[in-house]
Design a protein around this ligand. Structure first.
Ligand code: ZN
Length: 472
């Protein structure tokens, strides 16, 4: 039912919404629902921790709780009953195990498509992506991510493409479609020096009035009244833990929370509102690599971005915030053992990802040097025997190792198994899972959420919450 019509024709009562602060933590969930029901969502912030198994959400909360005495912002919303919550079925048209392009397309286009496709159905049907629908309704629209801005999850809200791999083309499509802020990595798809067709995509954006930010300072200094393209790395941005422990990376690269804040500041003045996707894309990459330092600290960075979104939405009162993931990945968890607590707590002392460790090791390193590198990043020594095992992967004979984004074929899987003896974190695989996933909603429109939904349902929920007709 059209909610506006419902309230125009048959409203039971009129709430003095202006007089009530719906975000007082004393308000019960029922109060919040009643208040939200009378309101449309002028803005929507859609937050995706890509490839976030429930275990990842759990471990981030455990980690923060044990380290700081305060859990994650995400779980805090549950504890304070400020949110509606559901499980979501994440299947694609071709598999019960989705990939990120079909996952994002289910939300973005409202239809399930085959894995690998962006809003193009199995028979070539083109589904208009939801950020285009909202642009037509007068809203501003943008995406920020820690992977290339042309990657599957942002692209699924913005474009149609038979293949998620067409990232060079997607970079050009964004410009034609006229979005308002797009930030992440992906210089490979914008730079004339790297693109196959040698086109200078930055120049095309500039010619259309876009500002280009290539580092954190430029992003911070960018004028909020003009469209902004932020590209901070050739491929994905550095993992949060590697960034935090490297001065040059800290200076050059914004955090996800900083990008989220910039995007909100850029678009919040628009009279018809805005829609923003915020993606922690490298939570997925960390899961593919069974890399706990990468995964956990990027989930924490996502959690800091949640605070930015909820702080804005709490004050604003007209913003629906959706927090979820597109699918599980590698289903990690802390596994029982008598030292499980201390082992898990040892991750608090990590300063670098396994990606950093394994790329720091060179074929001519000695066993002692390998142990030194690991200890420098994990504050825990591995045995000589384990160091020897790791080194066997650098002799040119053993290079076959799993992990989707493992371009250099380093031994992620073997190393995670060694690490498990010291951190008690186990993994069931190095790939996506079919698990139903966590879904949370805050603000006006959240009362529309049912306890169990299909990924495609969110497409229609967003349109309904914003009272934008699905007439395209
Ligand atoms: Zn993935």
């Amino acid at each position: 039912m059209n909610r506006r019509k419902f309230f125009r024709n048959g409203s039971l009562f009129t709430l003095g919404t202006a007089l009530i602060n719906p975000f007082e933590s004393t308000a019960s969930i029922l109060d919040l629902q009643t208040i939200n029901k009378n309101k449309k969502a002028k803005n929507i912030i859609f937050m995706v921790s890509d490839g976030m198994s429930t275990g990842t959400l759990n471990m981030a909360d455990l980690y923060l709780n044990r380290k700081t005495g305060k859990g994650s912002n995400w779980l805090q919303l549950y504890k304070e009953q400020r949110i509606n919550r559901a499980l979501m079925d994440t299947a694609s048209a071709s598999s019960i195990v989705t990939d990120s392009s079909a996952g994002s397309s289910s939300w973005g286009g409202g239809f399930r498509v085959n894995n690998g496709s962006l809003n193009v159905g199995p028979n070539g049907e083109m589904h208009m992506p939801i950020w285009q629908k909202f642009k037509k309704a007068g809203k501003m629209a943008g995406c920020v991510t820690t992977v290339p801005i042309t990657h599957a999850t942002p692209a699924g809200f913005c474009v149609n493409s038979k293949s998620r791999n067409a990232q060079e083309d997607i970079a050009e499509q964004y410009l034609e479609l006229g979005f308002d802020i797009m930030m992440g990595g992906g210089n490979n798809y914008f730079s004339a020096d790297i693109r196959k067709d040698k086109k200078d995509i930055y120049a095309l954006y500039k010619a259309k009035g876009w500002q280009i930010a290539r580092n954190r300072q430029e992003m911070m200094a960018a004028d909020n009244s003009k469209p902004l393209l932020g590209v901070f790395a050739d491929d994905g941005l550095p993992y949060n833990i590697d960034r935090t422990n490297d001065k040059a990376l800290t200076d050059s690269t914004p955090t996800l929370a900083e990008m989220a804040q910039k995007a909100i500041d850029r678009m919040k003045g628009n009279k018809n509102g805005f829609v923003l996707q915020i993606e922690a894309g490298k939570v997925d990459w960390g899961a593919h690599a069974n890399d706990i330092g990468a995964l956990l600290y990027d989930q924490v960075a996502f959690d800091e971005a949640i605070k930015v979104a909820i702080d804005f939405a709490s004050k604003d009162g007209e913003t629906l915030v959706i927090i979820t993931t597109d699918h599980g990945n590698a289903n990690p968890g802390v596994i029982y053992g008598k030292d499980a607590n201390n082992n898990f707590d040892s991750i608090q002392k990590y300063t670098h990802t396994n990606e950093w460790i394994l790329n720091s090791i060179k074929p001519d390193n000695t066993i002692a040097q390998v142990r030194e590198i690991v200890e420098s990043a994990n504050a825990t020594a591995i045995s000589e025997e384990d160091a020897k095992t790791v080194l066997t992967y650098y002799d040119g004979l053993h290079k076959e190792e799993g992990g989707l984004y493992n371009y250099k074929k380093v031994p992620f899987k073997t190393f995670a198994q060694i690490q498990q003896k010291h951190n008690s974190v186990g993994w069931i695989s190095m790939d996506h899972s079919a698990d139903y996933v966590e879904l949370a909603m805050f603000g006006p429109g959240s009362e529309l959420l049912k306890p169990f939904v299909k990924n495609t349902d969110l497409h229609y929920l967003m349109l309904q919450a914003a009272e934008v007709e699905n007439k395209f």
